[in-house]
Design a protein around this ligand. Structure first.
Ligand SMILES: CC(C)(COP(=O)(O)OP(=O)(O)OC[C@H]1O[C@@H](n2cnc3c(N)ncnc32)[C@H](O)[C@@H]1OP(=O)(O)O)[C@@H](O)C(=O)NCCC(=O)NCCS
Length: 156
């Protein structure tokens, strides 16, 4: 298989991405590993998406592969002064299992110059856990419990 990493890129999301992100998020099987497993309504999604795009504490990216939009990756700063960022991602159901999620998280590491990337993975989400472990993330003891992983980026 050709090395996907060269073809997978992250671009800043914009309002035109709103509907495709909702489609990815509501696709069959997509919500079972989310904190809120219910289907998302268009109205709720609009409010959420606009708020995320506007938030200084959030960076919302669209994953592209060879120019095609194939998923979303988000980095949410845990608190305003914190150097900790929670990563969340979703890959379009037709593009899962092709290494895109892995390549996108690898690319996201370069976006955080100095800090810690955290990821919460629900216990049944084997693919997600494999992805983070393969990229060098280590288990993280979160004060609130749950299965978390962390990756410390290096200072420049
Ligand atoms: C989790 C998710 C982002 C992974 O993205 P992806 O592009 O499908 O994953 P990749 O193809 O990069 O694969 C990641 C790892 O899982 C493995 N994998 C992929 N699909 C698999 C499957 N069906 N069964 C077992 N392992 C699988 C890959 O081999 C790879 O492991 P490796 O590095 O040890 O080889 C994607 O499945 C998704 O969008 N899921 C729904 C939302 C979600 O769970 N988000 C994460 C919440 S933290």
């Amino acid at each position: 298989m050709a090395d996907l990493r060269a073809n997978v890129k992250l671009r800043k999301a914009n309002l035109d991405d709103m509907l495709k992100v909702l489609t990815w998020q509501n696709a069959p099987g997509a919500r079972q590993f989310c904190r809120q497993p219910e289907t998302i309504s268009l109205d709720d999604h609009k409010v959420w998406f606009e708020k995320k795009l506007a938030a200084r504490s959030s960076q919302v990216y669209i994953m592209t592969e060879s120019g095609q939009d194939v998923g979303m990756l988000r980095l949410d700063q845990i608190t305003p002064e914190s150097d900790q960022y929670e990563v969340s991602l979703i890959v379009d159901q037709h593009n899962k299992g092709r290494g895109i999620g892995k390549a996108a998280v690898e690319a996201a590491k370069n976006l955080i110059k100095s800090g810690t990337i955290l990821a919460e993975v629900l216990p049944a989400n084997i693919v997600s856990a494999k992805l983070f472990v393969a990229l060098g993330f280590k288990p993280y003891e979160h004060p609130d419990g749950g299965q978390w992983f962390y990756f410390q980026t290096l200072k420049a």
